[in-house]
Design a protein around this ligand. Sequence first.
Ligand SMILES: *[C@@H]1O[C@H](CO)[C@@H](O)[C@H](O)[C@H]1NC(C)=O
Length: 400
Amino acid sequence: MAGCGSWVFLLTVCAVSVFGAKAEIKFTIPVGKLFTYELKRETFQSEFEPLSKLYAGRLYDDPMTFKCNKQNFPDLPEWLRFTQRHPFDNGFLYGTPTSPGKSIIEIYAVNKRSYETARHILVLKVTAEKMLPYQAEFFLKLREIEKVLPSSVQDEIKQDLQKLWDTEALEMVNISNALDQGGRVPLPLAGHFEGVYVKVGSEQYFSDCLQRVLTPEHQRQCTAGAKVKVPGGCNFCSIPSNCITWCKTELFDLTKLEPEPPAPTMGSGILDAGIDFDPPESPPSRDYFPDYMVTVIVPLILAIILCALLAYIMFCRREGVAKRNARTNQIQLYHQHTIHENTDELRNMAGNRGVPPPLSTLPMFNYRTGERASPLQSDSPSIPLIMAQHDPYSDTLPRK
Ligand SMILES: *[C@@H]1O[C@H](CO)[C@@H](O)[C@H](O)[C@H]1NC(C)=O
């Protein structure tokens, strides 16, 4: 038993040093056929900790994310898409090449527990092949792209469609997320799915069942919005989630496509000898004066009028100080004056030291004459606190 274990160990070490160091996987894909490649987490896991299972007897199941791009480019080729729902799920590279060529795809896996990375190289050689002339697209409402891409599920779907098409010679042409074709993001509830479009192709013409899609009756039913079921005898889906939405079925007959018009032939760029160059006539002269009037003169006149109006309002219609004073209540004006005078007094006092204390600090005084009134006299409620003798505003103030 121990001997067997050490052999396995040795083989693993060899396998890791041979494949792990320079993992390069090659595929040859024909144009117009679906290509799917599953990025298996197990594969990368065994690369991150190749000996942990044998040595420590423990196998990790780490979350992983993948980053895929064409070598020396930031992104994948146009036709290739990548999807991974969750770091605990496998990732998928899938798509349908449209033109022959060779692409080298780099796959970086990041272990989200240890933050180790691993790199794989995928070499995809796309070979030219004739497109399948008859193609049909079906919509699977109760599916999500990651659940359809595993080859076992693809085979199940294909088997149903082979019965519907009534032929064995059927090829997957495209599988795409309904979100990529303008579908809506579903509610995050059970029983709501994004939906998947599956396109298949064949050399054989559409079966009678499929030809019903082309009838005017089918179109009328579907535009009416009623829930149209797959017609009897044509319903072959064995697994409910693989059932197609009949109204979203579309048939493509590529034999009926018109050939593209030939590209225009380019000349040499040199005129034939003997022909004189005839320059094009200069265009008729144009009168720009009305345009000038509208774009320059009219706004200018408007601006001048506005300026004049503003100047009149600012300079000719302003109220002067005298006018404002005349309108103001006398008591209010008087109040303002005393504030000004007190301020002046305080300013003067600040100018030199040793001045007598300000009059306003004395218990009772006439602020103009400095005359002190006797406290007895001023206690009388009939005498105002402020004596108003020789006061310019005295006409509004109460008199003694
Ligand atoms: C496959 O489907 C995708 C998504 O709708 C689309 O962009 C792409 O052109 C399709 N490829 C072919 C070959 O039909």
